[in-house]
Write a protein that binds this ligand. Structure first.
Ligand code: SF4
Length: 325
């Protein structure tokens, strides 16, 4: 059956993506507009490391002489347009944001790409004139050390990319919160998340599956936690349109074959086979439709095995099911 998270996930977000006018030039944008009503399924904590560094708005743009990780290790600097060293200020501002997010109970953060502070991987290293490589920003590098779930702004590129990031986020939060005290606990958790990993990370999923099957009786805690950590890490990797469409069709035909959809109210859901061309919005709508069918009928939709539904909706579903029995 589908696993349900009922506490709204707490998510950090680069403040300029949350419509706060904090960019160096005072600009902002609302990256969450694409979510519509789904926005209310999360509690957001916006933070801006450059504001917390005391740089002010508007401010001089800054650049890095090495990656964010290099800056944190003391091997590179943060310089403003005049070549002034502002490394310490940005590290302190980033640390203040991490502290605020910890206080807010956050374990996942949406980050603005290409920023010398927030960029996860596409930040330009060097000044404009002497650009050399791409890397992470200082704040993003600090967040990477926390082991949290980092979501790039490209998650909002399309309905399908957001669907993929959201389902992996839910699965990641759910798996991280599970009590894993025995081989059985870990195997049960694996059976929930394995379909995502078999879709996105086939080779690693096969390795984890084999290691689980050959665990010694009463495996030591470190072994169990090591395997959980690998599952959590694998959940960070995005899917592709082709893989998501294939998984959607596979699960749908599995439901049909097993007769699990007989007598189930599919509302207006239509699922087309993978060869049928349709856009990413339609594919995401089909996937979300199957998630809904899985939740309403307590079926495991392996492609998206963990969903968020507030306690009121879970109660309403359970009441409707009891009535129908
Ligand atoms: S530091 Fe981060 S939150 Fe602040 S303006 Fe730059 S990208 Fe946005």
């Amino acid at each position: 059956m589908t696993e349900v998270i009922s506490d709204r996930p707490r998510i950090g977000i680069s403040a300029c993506m949350f419509d706060c006018p904090v960019r160096y030039n005072g600009k902002r944008f609302d990256a969450l507009a694409a979510l519509g009503r789904e926005r209310a399924d999360f509690v957001f904590t916006p933070v801006c490391p450059e504001c917390m560094a005391g740089f002010g708005v508007p401010r001089e743009p800054i650049h890095l002489t090495g990656s964010g990780a290099d800056v944190l290790a003391g091997h590179a600097k943060v310089l403003d347009r005049h070549g002034r060293d502002v490394t310490r200020q940005l590290i302190d501002g980033s640390a203040a944001c991490v502290e605020a997010l910890e206080r807010a109970g956050v374990r996942a953060v949406i980050l603005k790409e290409k920023s010398p502070s927030c960029g996860i991987a596409k930040t330009r290293i060097g000044s404009r004139r002497r650009e050399s490589a791409l890397g992470s920003g200082v704040f993003a590098a600090m967040l990477a050390d926390t082991g949290w779930f980092l979501i790039p702004e490209t998650a909002f590129d399309s309905a399908l990319t957001w669907w993929d990031w959201r389902r992996r986020l839910y699965a990641w939060l759910w798996l991280g919160d599970r009590t894993i005290a025995s081989n059985g606990d870990l195997t049960a958790a694996w059976h929930v998340v394995k379909f995502i990993l078999q879709e996105t990370q086939r080779a690693e999923a096969d390795r984890i599956g084999r290691e689980l099957a050959t665990l010694p009786k009463r495996a030591p805690r470190e072994t169990l936690e090591g395997l959980r950590a690998r599952m959590l890490d694998a959940l960070r990797v995005p899917t592709t349109r082709q893989r998501a469409t294939g998984a959607l069709w596979k699960t749908y035909t599995h439901y049909v074959k097993r007769g699990q959809l007989e007598g189930v109210d599919l509302h207006d859901l239509t699922v087309r086979s993978p060869e049928v061309l349709r856009n990413v919005t339609t594919i995401a709508a089909e996937l979300t439709g199957l998630e809904r069918v899985g939740f309403e009928n307590d079926l495991l939709f392996g492609t998206s095995p963990v969903v968020f539904r507030d306690a009121r909706r879970v109660k309403a579903r359970d009441a409707a099911r009891t009535e129908g029995e």
